[in-house]
Design a protein around this ligand. Structure first.
Ligand code: MD3
Ligand code: FE
Length: 203
């Protein structure tokens, strides 16, 4: 594992998870998704669907529907409580995030080859002192990030399967998104695509 400080508060751990650890985490996510299947979030007010499908684990999960963005304890379609966060992820948080409190939310994003995520800030949480930890599995993507206002200069980097990114301190409220998935760059997932797991403190 090699660590790169991209900018203050933004650290990239290349291959924090080796292939065996990625396979194990993939299998745990597959089990979680049997209990709480991917749902199709839509934009508040307009109802326009996201191209990314989502689910969650942990005490709270992030959802988006016509009523707005929020954290809630259960699946928006079935009412099923979110399953616990896998131990592998909690260990990454303990080892890399350097934050006293455990995460209370883990968003699971699934991207097929055509999915992307527009530039946004993560500001639905109550505790901005807590960092956010993100784990990538499957196909690589081009991740884009900028400053704390929309429309300034941006940088991009390629995230690969097993990479972990941590956003804290001055990087916590930066704009970011996923430009595109790079198809056929990984054999980890079947069906192919990319899974991103994001650990947060919502409350
Ligand atoms: C920077 N997910 O779920 S992960 C998200 O790859 C999200 O699925 C992207 O943005 C994905 O909200 C990017 C990296 C990430 C996550 C949270 C952040 C970057 C962040 C919070 C603050 C700043
Ligand atoms: Fe985000």
């Amino acid at each position: 594992m090699t660590v790169v400080e991209i900018r203050p508060g933004l650290r990239l751990y290349k291959t924090a998870l080796d292939r065996a650890a990625q396979e194990s985490l993939r299998d745990q996510v597959r089990e979680i998704l049997r209990a709480v299947p991917l749902f199709q979030p839509v934009m508040p007010r307009t109802g326009k669907p996201f191209s990314v499908r989502m689910s969650n684990c942990g005490p709270l999960g992030w959802v988006s529907d016509r009523a707005g963005y929020r954290y809630q304890p259960d699946h928006p379609d079935t009412g099923q409580a979110w399953p616990p966060i896998p131990e592998t992820l909690l260990r990454l948080w303990r080892d890399l995030a350097a934050y006293a409190k455990a995460p209370d939310a883990c968003l699971i994003n699934y991207y097929d080859a055509t999915a992307k995520m527009g530039a946004h800030q993560d500001i639905d949480e109550q505790d901005f002192n807590a960092p956010i930890l993100s784990v990538s599995l499957g196909d690589s993507c081009r991740f884009r990030f900028g400053g704390d206002t929309r429309g300034g200069s941006t940088q991009s980097l390629i995230l690969e399967s097993g990479d972990v990114l941590i956003f804290g301190g001055p990087a916590r409220k930066m704009f970011h998104g996923v430009d595109r998935i790079l198809p056929k760059t990984s054999t980890l997932l079947d069906p192919p695509g990319r899974i991103n797991l994001t650990l947060r403190r919502a409350r």
